[in-house]
Design a protein around this ligand. Structure first.
Ligand SMILES: Cc1ncc(COP(=O)(O)OP(=O)(O)O)c(N)n1
Ligand SMILES: Cc1ncsc1CCOP(=O)(O)O
Ligand SMILES: [Mg+2]
Length: 519
């Protein structure tokens, strides 16, 4: 959402704009129709450039009439002046002329609007059967370096990767790596096309491989059970447009991917519920912005695979509906000594500038001190020392998790709090069954570099719903009473503060006053 000041002086919120460059399916299931419905449901404005008019029904593709490239060029020119895109989603490219124009035009638009993101769903075949495009996959090569995210299914991914290597059977990651080597910045390979026998649960995993730097690649794998329904016409188009919409709203790729998979799961589940015994191939059911935890996928990662047998971490010992309230995060024993007498229920020691014996001594004393006040003390990062000195709990970030012995922490009976920045990380952390989930940064903060990871209040509310019964701590930039109240009203269990207390002129007064507001 962007905003501008209107002539009246009021701030006008503009909807994010996406463009879809794709074919029209007269049966209303796929292509432009799906894109407009998805964009509408996901609260973006959709401009559409139609590449071809197709004649198809639920059973077959009968004809295709490609649109003249001059019309596409004129539409692009007119819209660039009026409604510049945040994200461009490309679907059907009908022929070589369109491809040649698109490659030249995308090169220009990316220079003109450096932040524009291009999502490409490589539609060559119609799902009702028959070729939609005159192009063969090798001809797509010049387009690929202009693409930020490509979203092939397994069959399309195999065809694309054959440009790099002979099409031998390969695992999904090998396919994804080959596709990245063609110049796209990220690939999401959709695994939903596996066949499903009656009453059989089929795992439907989608894999995203993102190139972060020339040598660094990041994998995200999301799993859901396949839903048996005939209402999946346009599901692929809807997935790519959902991704475009969430990216246009400013979500990171990992979160846009997670939300898009939830959107598709929700739509398939909706149609499954209303299925009435017909075998007709029907349009994918478009639902609203996904919020139900049951629609969200599970995260699969090496960390999760290593922790299949991890028991749940101990809970925080709260009475039903009791909240932790104020959660000061401080960096010294001196701060603990000042704050613990205030009767706070939770506090964190977050030391970044000590090592060796000095660090160990501080942590040992902190644990003993907090115990004497019966306060829940979480030690940030230093889980071995927290275990060694019989601490109450540890707080770990997502990067810290990789190097921590979670089984040892759990077996030692320590509580675990985990940081998360968005829905992908929240779902991952939740699968480890922590004692609490932290969500941040809610607002911009000077305490830690959180570039690209500011959640805002609306997203915090959505993440809270996904956390279900796990207590949520909000953190980051909560430094005014107004912000404190806004965050508290979302229903979080606790609010963590660093600078609002440690940089306050009268820290104890602030801590007391704010603590009294969080009941
Ligand atoms: C309550 C709470 N939430 C988040 C954090 C951040 O932890 P992490 O991501 O590991 O970053 P560092 O604090 O280690 O810089 C936290 N400490 N506490
Ligand atoms: C450690 C951390 N993790 C997410 S935001 C943040 C810093 C919070 O500090 P402040 O309360 O001063 O904004
Ligand atoms: Mg940490």
């Amino acid at each position: 959402m962007t905003s501008h000041i209107a002539a009246t002086g009021t701030v006008v919120k503009n909807k994010a704009i996406i463009w879809t460059i794709s074919g029209a399916d007269c049966s209303g299931g796929a292509g432009i129709a799906a894109d407009i419905k998805t964009g509408h449901n996901l609260k973006v404005e959709v401009c559409h450039l139609i590449t071809a008019n197709t004649v198809q029904n639920s059973h077959q593709l009968l004809a295709i009439n490609a649109v003249d490239v001059d019309i596409l060029a004129a539409q692009a020119k007119a819209l660039t002046l009026d409604k510049p895109p945040a994200v461009i989603k490309i679907g059907l490219i009908a022929n070589q002329q369109q491809l040649t124009w698109l490659v030249a035009w995308l090169g220009n638009i990316k220079q003109q609007f450096s932040s524009v993101i291009v999502v490409y769903d490589p539609v060559l075949q119609a799902s009702v059967g028959g070729r939609l495009s005159k192009l063969i996959s090798t001809e797509l090569q010049p387009l690929l370096p202009l693409i930020d995210v490509i979203t092939p299914n397994l069959i399309e991914a195999t065809q694309l990767s054959a440009m790099v290597n002979s099409p031998t059977t390969a695992d999904v990651l090998t396919l994804a790596n080959r596709i990245l080597s063609l110049g796209v910045k990220a690939v999401i390979i959709k695994g939903g096309h596996q066949q499903q026998a009656a009453n059989q649960v089929v795992d439907c995993s989608d894999t995203c491989l993102q190139s972060l730097t020339s040598s660094q690649r990041q994998v995200y794998t999301l799993r859901a059970d396949k839903i048996a329904t005939n209402a999946s016409h346009g599901g692929g188009c809807s997935f790519a447009t959902a991704l475009a919409s969430f990216l246009a709203h400013g979500y990171l790729l990992r979160d846009a991917f997670t939300l898009s998979k939830a959107f598709i799961h929700q739509g398939l589940a909706l149609s499954h519920e209303t299925e009435c015994g017909t075998n007709d191939y029907r349009a994918f059911e478009q639902g609203p912005w996904p919020t139900q935890p049951s629609d969200f996928p599970s995260v699969f990662s090496p960390l999760i695979a290593r922790h299949k047998k991890l028991p749940p971490f101990p809970c925080l010992g709260l009475k039903p509906s009791e909240k932790l309230g104020l959660y000061p995060v401080v960096d010294s024993l001196a701060w603990l000594k000042r704050l613990l007498p205030l009767n706070i229920k939770i506090i964190q020691l977050r030391i970044k500038d000590k090592q060796g014996q000095a660090l160990a001594n501080t942590i040992a004393q902190a644990i003993a001190l907090a115990r004497s006040y019966q306060c829940r003390l979480f030690i940030n990062d230093h889980w071995q020392l927290a275990m060694k000195y019989g601490g109450y709990g540890v707080h770990l970030g997502q990067e810290d998790l990789a190097n921590a012995n979670l089984m040892a922490i759990a077996r030692a009976g320590l509580r675990l709090g985990i940081s998360s920045h968005g829905c992908y990380e929240l779902l991952l952390a939740k699968q480890l069954q922590p004692s609490y989930l932290a969500i941040g940064a809610i607002f911009a903060t000077k305490t830690k570099d959180m570039t690209g990871q500011i959640q805002g209040l609306a997203n915090l509310k959505q993440l809270l719903a996904l956390a279900e019964s796990v207590p949520v701590v909000a953190i980051g930039g909560i430094n005014t009473e107004q912000r404190l109240q806004q965050v508290w009203q979302t229903g979080v269990n606790s609010i963590a503060l660093v600078s609002a207390i440690t940089k306050a002129a009268q820290p104890l007064e602030v801590a007391k006053k704010w603590q009294a507001q969080l009941v």
